[in-house]
Design a protein around this ligand. Structure first.
Ligand SMILES: [Zn+2]
Length: 59
């Protein structure tokens, strides 16, 4: 059985970050950092679904 996986996309610039999640990965209050635009964002990811909690504009 193969797990689906997904590269998390930055909610700011919508490019791929270096954070990868699987179907059974759970991220809560995860400080996502985007290496492309340098923004940090707090996110939840459950079952490959991302919810943006709050942007961190001072990143
Ligand atoms: Zn970005």
């Amino acid at each position: 059985m193969q797990n689906h996986s997904l590269w998390i996309r930055c909610p700011v610039c919508h490019r791929k970050t270096r954070t990868k999640v699987y179907e059974d990965t759970i991220l809560l209050n995860f400080p996502l950092f985007c290496p492309k635009c340098g923004h940090g964002t707090l996110i939840n990811v459950v079952k490959l679904k991302m919810v943006v909690l709050s942007p961190e504009p001072d990143a």
